[in-house]
Write a protein of this length. Structure first.
Length: 294
């Protein structure tokens, strides 16, 4: 995938370098619902925030088990950041139990969600960088409301990160535009990639719905295998954090193989290929473009 010009990278990195917090100022206590939101919060907040992420790398919201430390972090929070679109249903009782008075900023505000056939909003809006540019603006607004003294820093960081997101969007688009439109069909375990597909003209097939814990019926699996055979679909991916058994069996029965692992609901650990939002999106785009080009 084409990258930003090498001469531009130092400038982008310098722009994202956080400003040092004056020794007399306490950091803004921020709670983020999951790892992707936490990464975006850090990009905007820099050294001015103390971040607690409830669901860390490698774990999706559907696997969350409440911890006492999370309730304590919420109780002390100045700002709570959530995605919205029904993703963080688990947080409602935790927020109430913590007694927090912190404002809850919904980062998906201002985005018209995609919906499944039953009308349920798809929460995975972050899988399109254009939407994350909106998230970034919402984070900066929430931080400015809670910490007026740091607003100039938050807005500067948000502008710098917005430029990174715009460049990322252009890179992914150029990479996938090189693949004929009729070949851009990918099979994945669950329907998490609709926003990516809408942004870059990729059709995703999945046996499971929006949530990975929804059971795939035998009829859904059979229909997917038929569609893959009919369309000659060979780009098949497992998803990080999910059992690969079903998608591996589907690939074998359709005459394909699993080409790799995509990240949808969580970042990887620091040594993995998706340690940040930008790295996650580049990893996914590179993997998809590579499989489609074969």
């Amino acid at each position: 995938m084409r990258r930003a010009p090498p001469a531009l990278l130092p400038a982008l990195l310098l722009a994202l370098a956080p400003a040092a917090l004056p020794a007399t100022e306490a950091p803004l206590d921020v709670v983020a619902s999951f790892s992707i939101i936490g990464d975006l919060a850090q990009a905007v907040g820099g050294d001015r925030i103390a971040l607690h992420t409830i669901i860390g790398p490698g774990t999706g919201a559907h696997d969350y088990e409440p911890r006492p430390a999370d309730a304590l972090a919420l109780a002390a929070a100045d700002v709570v950041l959530v995605n919205g679109f029904g993703l963080e249903h688990f947080l409602d009782r935790l927020i109430e139990a913590s007694g927090t008075t912190a404002p809850v900023a919904v980062l998906g505000a201002g985005i018209e969600p995609l919906r499944d056939a039953g009308g349920t909003p798809d929460p995975h809006a972050w899988l399109a960088p254009a939407n994350v540019r909106i998230y970034t603006g919402n984070i900066a607004a929430a931080f400015c409301a809670a910490d007026a003294a740091g607003c100039a820093d938050y807005e500067r960081n948000a502008r710098a990160f917005d430029a990174v997101l715009a460049a990322l969007d252009a890179e992914i688009r150029a990479s996938l535009d090189a693949i004929p439109a009729g070949r851009r069909i990918v099979a994945v375990p669950h329907a998490a990639f609709a926003y990516f597909g809408a942004a870059y003209g990729v059709r995703f097939l999945a046996p499971q719905g929006i949530t990975p814990d929804a059971e795939a019926s035998a009829a859904d699996v059979a229909a997917l295998i038929r569609a893959m055979r009919a369309g000659g679909v060979t780009a098949v991916f497992a998803e990080a954090g999910e059992n690969p058994a079903l998608i591996t069996r589907i690939a074998a029965e359709a005459g394909a193989r699993v080409a790799g692992v995509l990240y949808a609901d969580a970042l990887s650990g620091p040594e993995g290929p998706a340690a940040s939002y930008v790295e996650m999106m580049r990893h996914n785009a590179d993997a998809i473009a590579g499989a489609l080009a074969d």
